[in-house]
Write a protein that binds this ligand. Structure first.
Ligand SMILES: C[S@@+](CC[C@H](N)C(=O)[O-])C[C@H]1O[C@@H](n2cnc3c(N)ncnc32)[C@H](O)[C@@H]1O
Length: 265
């Protein structure tokens, strides 16, 4: 395991210990809210019996939702503590969820064509070279399978709501591909936990052309791009607050790709 993987493993251990936002399992899901969480616009069609990989998706949220909808779920994550939350959620709903620990840049635990869907919540920016991951995803997906990936808006990385200068939010970092960026977590990640003990996120800027072209060159057709999921922009809120900040630019984007290496353009 390299320095990057070790750092993230330790960070997510600390986050899970503090019960931070993305480490809290969803234990009140109904069929309806499960669908809302992972398949609200039926982007994956009927997921029942589908083989779903929740990639870097530990914590017991999306895995439980897919499993409740009848999918055959595997969670792959670097954090033992996050995977424990998936097992806790599985036990809570009396469902089976398979958990595998590892680094998303190496999916050799899985055969080619193992999955119909790869669901990849915010995590791609934790590694410097996105192709390390995307190439592996294309290998483990069947032809025609779906890949949903969430990533940092590359134009906004390193900018925070407290960068409001009275007129706008100041961009301070150059637009450099794969550049390492360290910043403080948002307050809403913690909800009162002792954040002093938690290592800050270290992320890497994936420029937009690398992301889109990386997907296309790995055999994906882009089905949908979203830039407003899970945020509530509010221009009437106080400048310098999260809701005001996200009204200026979305902090993350997501792409839904379909693996079709057979299509040549
Ligand atoms: C923001 S959380 C996303 C998962 C969460 N289920 C959610 O609700 O969005 C990011 C996850 O990525 C995992 N992670 C970080 N680096 C990783 C790596 N190199 N390989 C696999 N998982 C990684 C963390 O352990 C964490 O569970």
């Amino acid at each position: 395991m390299d320095r990057i993987a070790q750092y993230n493993q330790a960070r997510w251990k600390a986050l899970a210990k503090s019960d931070a936002l993305f480490t809290r399992p969803e234990l009140d899901l109904t069929d309806e809210s499960a669908k809302e969480l992972v398949n609200s616009d039926e982007r994956f069609g009927n997921v029942s019996e589908k083989r779903v990989l929740c990639l870097a998706g530990g914590g017991g949220q999306q895995s439980a939702a897919f499993a409740l909808l009848g999918a055959n779920v595997t969670v792959f994550d670097i954090s033992e503590e996050q995977l424990e939350r998936d097992q806790a959620a599985a036990g809570h709903y009396d469902l089976e969820i398979k958990t595998v620990r590892g680094d998303m840049r190496d999916l050799s635990a899985f055969e080619n064509d193992s999955f119909d869907i790869v669901h990849h919540p915010y995590a791609l920016n934790f590694v410097p070279d996105l192709l390390d991951v995307v190439t592996e995803v294309s290998r483990v997906l069947k032809v025609g399978g779906s890949y949903q990936v969430n990533f940092a808006n590359p134009f906004l990385m390193g900018v925070r709501q407290d960068d409001w200068n009275g007129e706008g939010y100041v961009i301070k970092e150059p637009y450099l591909k794969n550049a390492e960026i360290t910043y403080a977590d948002q307050d809403w990640v913690y909800k009162g936990a002792d954040r002093e003990k938690i290592p800050q996120p270290i992320e890497y800027r994936h420029i937009l052309s690398d992301l889109i072209n990386g997907l296309i060159e790995s055999g994906f057709v882009i089905k949908k791009l979203s830039d407003n999921e899970s945020i509530s922009p509010d221009l009437t809120s106080e400048p310098g607050t999260w809701d005001h900040f996200v009204a200026f630019a979305p902090p993350w984007l997501s792409v839904l790709g379909v693996y079709r290496p057979d299509l040549k353009f």
